[in-house]
Design a protein around this ligand. Sequence first.
Ligand SMILES: Nc1ncnc2c1ncn2[C@@H]1O[C@H](COP(=O)(O)OP(=O)(O)OP(=O)(O)O)[C@@H](O)[C@H]1O
Length: 602
Amino acid sequence: MPAGEPLPDAGLLPVADARTTRAAVRVLLAAHRARAAFAAVCLLAAAACSLAAAPLLGRIVDLAADGDASGLTRPVLLLAGAAIGQGALAYAGMAAVARLGEEVLATTRETFVDRALDLPLERIERGGSGDLTSRVTEDIAMVSEAVRGAVPEFVQSALIIALTLAGLTALDWRFAVAALVALPIQALTARWYVQRSGPIYGARRRAAGGEQQQLLETVGGAATVRAFGLAGAHVDQVERRIDRSISATVALTRLHTRFFGRLNIAEAVGLSAVLVTGFLLVDDGAVTIGAASAAALYFANLFGPVNSALFLLDTLQSATASLARIVGVTDLPAPPRPPDPVTSAGADSPADLDAAPADGSLAVRDLRYTYLPGQEVLHGVSFDVPAGGSVALVGGSGGGKTTLAKLLAGVHAPSAGTIRVGGSGGTGTDPVTLRATVALVTQEVHVFAGTLAEDLRLAATRASETELWNALAAAGAADWVGALPDGLDTVVGDGGLALDPARAQHLALARLQLADPAVAILDEATAEAGSSGARQLEAAAQRVLAGRTSVVVAHRLSQAADADLILVLDDGHVVERGSHEDLLAASGRYAQLWRTWSAHRC
Ligand SMILES: Nc1ncnc2c1ncn2[C@@H]1O[C@H](COP(=O)(O)OP(=O)(O)OP(=O)(O)O)[C@@H](O)[C@H]1O
């Protein structure tokens, strides 16, 4: 989907239909054709070995009936060989399926993360980030669980069932017909189970979640619970939650008991039909007693695979639903990749991609943006910045400063108008190229879990330690990082040292310095005006922005005073533009904002 084109559907992220899901699985498997073929051959051969057991036992029965003990050695040896062969082949086949599953899962996860990171922000906002999160966590976990357990077991069971039915037919087709008597009971049982198991599993998951939540609340808030004398009430609530959890588990156990009870009836009916058929056929002289015994054994061998295949149906059903939600995202078309600034130099660019920007100059023309249909929040903003120039965006709350900053950084695609970086792209630089060229530092700085060095190297993988320290010095963070006992090896982020917002901002500025973009956009309001923190951050920002084209959302007007160009935004319009001196002299909106701001800063 080309950037900027209207998105196909509103609301949640797409869910693939059954055909698309199957096609995606086929494509994934095609990449591992050899392993898939090896697994299939091993499992088929293992199933064939298991089938050899019944006729061999039948042969032993025939020899015993004839009183011929001398011929027993061969079938007994063959029986042992078949058992060993089955074990070895099943092991090799299951291991290959497991490895295949892991490889396919890894590819799926990588593609998912790739596509998720490329999704336009408005797409995620419309669906709610919860939708994306639940696909990454619950759906991937569901599919992983199925790939590791249910899928190999189901494939093996299905193969054994198919081959056993073929074996029964080979003995005498009437045995296969007799075995099929059990089929309607099994089909009805499976339908009955799948209809009921989903809601019961759901209720058990909810009950378990509620129980865990209640326990966390009671134990986590123990001091408050005790202080307010709420222990009795909390114990009651915990008991109620545990009771609900127990009831859900009992309901599930009852369902399983009834499910297997029904399958036992199917087995009894089918086995009776095979035995009666065997009796009649032996009576007619159509088959030997050994063949009839083999048929009965074949049928008995079906119990395990049939039961497990039916039992796995609901797991596979849930996994398929989860897979459709994952494929819905992985199947989204990949956005066009920005050209490599080095390799694309001098080469013809594809028609839909801009050439890599030659420098950091910005030309913005008639930029418009609409979050919600019919409610434009930027109404035709135009301005130019030469490479290395600086712009400050100023104005009251809701004026459109952050929106403009996000459009310039390629976070959102403009609803209309163009942004051109480095004079490239007659129709405007596309958001993907913008994201690769323009760096944006916002108020929500994410500190990634890991060491400080790792966090910094996200911006420049090969940066040396000296370069890291230089970047920290430019960002004004070298002092406090140097004072940490582990310095650059200090673990930060989740589970590590918690960084306050100002320090996180320092880190973001250091990353910006390391990434060394031609254009940088700052939209941060971490420190209060007049505080020493604010002054330090401003000085750091100035150092880091030196030599780059910069656009700063000036939450504190001191950030605007030195800019080459100040744009005053009000309700999505540029209502004033010029340098600090020009605008003060004009005694307009900016001058008024400056007076108010100056009076309030300490
Ligand atoms: N995700 C969104 N969905 C819908 N409307 C939005 C969204 N984000 C911003 N807006 C609206 O767009 C307009 C411009 O908001 P924006 O945040 O760009 O202004 P701002 O000048 O940066 O304000 P502030 O200084 O308070 O951050 C406002 O009317 C705001 O309500």
